[in-house]
Design a protein around this ligand. Sequence first.
Ligand code: AMP
Length: 438
Amino acid sequence: MITKVKGTQDILPNEIKKWQDLENVIFQVSKLYHFEEIRTPIFENSELFHRGVGDTTDIIKKETYDFLDRGDRSITLRPEGTASVVRTVIENKLYANPNLPLKFYYYGPMFRYERPQKGRQRQFHQFGAEALGSASPLVDAEMIAYSYTLLKALRLKNVSVKINSLGDTSSKETYKEKLTTYLSSKVDTLCTDCQRRYLENPYRVLDCKVDKDSDTLKEAPKPIDYLNDEDKTHFEQVCSYLDGMHIEYVVDKNLVRGLDYYTHTVFELEAALDTLGAQATLGGGGRYNHLFSTLGGPNFPAVGFAFGMERLLLALESLEIKEPTPQIHAFMIMLGDNVKAKALEVILNLRHGGLLIDYDFFDHNLKAQFKQAERQNPKFLLIFGEDEMNKGVINVKNIKTGEQIEVGLNELYTTLITEIQNEQHSCAGHCEECDEDC
Ligand code: AMP
C-alpha cells in the first residue's frame, strides 16, 4: 500500500466543515481590517528564501524542501509566505501604488522538514497577512490588533499576546556586539548547534530550543535593553496604541522569533490549552523594514504575521462546539426505471434553485432507497412513481412532522422553499428550541 508521506495529512470530507468554518471567520475578519487576498506560487527559486529568510536560520539551514527541477534550476517549496509576497510586490511594482500601506493576506500550504508531532507537520497550512509600505508604529499595533481580533472572533480563551522589540539596524548591531562578547566566554556551555550559531549569527542562539532554560541564555543581555532612542520611542508608541485598544500583552524580553528579517516589533499569540499540547504558539509576526532591499527592491518597511491553521483547529477543539448534523434539503425516491429521466429533470431544476438534493445511484428497491435516505438525513422525501409522473405531481414527506402531501411538479420548488423558510426561526442569542447559539 502506498501511504501518505511522513508529516503530511489528508483532510477528509468529515473534517472539511471545521476547516471551512475557520476559513470563513478568518476571511471575514480580514475584510473588516480591509485586507485583500494575494496568491503566490507554492514553489519559488531557492535564492528567494536563502536571501530573504536567512541562510543561518534553522528553517533554511535544516528544513527546506529544495530540489533541482528538470532544467537544473534550484527550487524550494515555500516554508513561509512573507518572502513570496515581498517578491511579488517588487516584481509587479505594486510598491508604486499611492494607496499605502498595501494590505494583503494569503492562505495555503507551507513545507518544512521538521520532526512531525502534534501541531507540527512537514506540510502545514498558514494564514498570514502583510501590511506593506509604512514605517509607522500604528501599523505594528494594527497587525497585533488584527491577529488578536482573529482569536477573539474564534472565541478562543486563555490567549496571551507577547511582544518585544529588536530595534532597527543600529540597535541590532549594538546588541549583537554585546551578545557576542557575553557568549564568547560561555561557548562551551552551548549545545553543538548553538556553537555553530554563535559564529554564524549569534541572534539565533536566543531561539535555541535545547538551551532555552540554561543559565547562559537566561542571563544573556536582551535586545530590548539596547534600543536607541528612536527605536525605543517606536516601541513605546506601539505599546500605547495597544493600551488604547485595551489589548492585554506582556513584554517578553526573550522573544526574537526564528527569522532573520525582523526589525523593531516582534509578537506571538499563544493559548494555554490542553488540546494544543506542547505547541502553544498559534501565530506570530513582526516588522521587517529591510526585506525589500535585501531582495533587490526599494526601501519599503512592512509588518506581517502568520497563523498555523492546524494549530488553530487544535485550539478550537477546546471549545467543544456542537456540530449540527449536516442536512440535505430533500432525497428523491424513484419508483421504477421509467420515471428516472423525469425525476432527474426535477432534481436538476431544484438544484438550480439552490436546493441540496440527493438520490440513490444503485437501482435499489424501495426499502433500500428509504434506508439510504435515512442515512442522508434529509428534511423532505420526494416520492416519485409512474402514477405521480402521469398526473404531473410528486409526494412530499416532511420528515420532522411525518406529514405527506401531494404537490404539482410546477409548485414543488416554491412549496419546498416555503416549508424550509417556515421552519427557520430567528432568535436573539441562545435559542431553547435548538439548544444552540443561533
Ligand atoms: P513561523 O512562520 O515560524 O513564524 O510560524 C507561524 C505559525 O505557523 C506558528 O505559530 C505555527 O502556528 C505555524 N507553524 C509553523 N511551523 C509549523 C509546522 N511545522 N507545523 C504546523 N504549524 C506550524
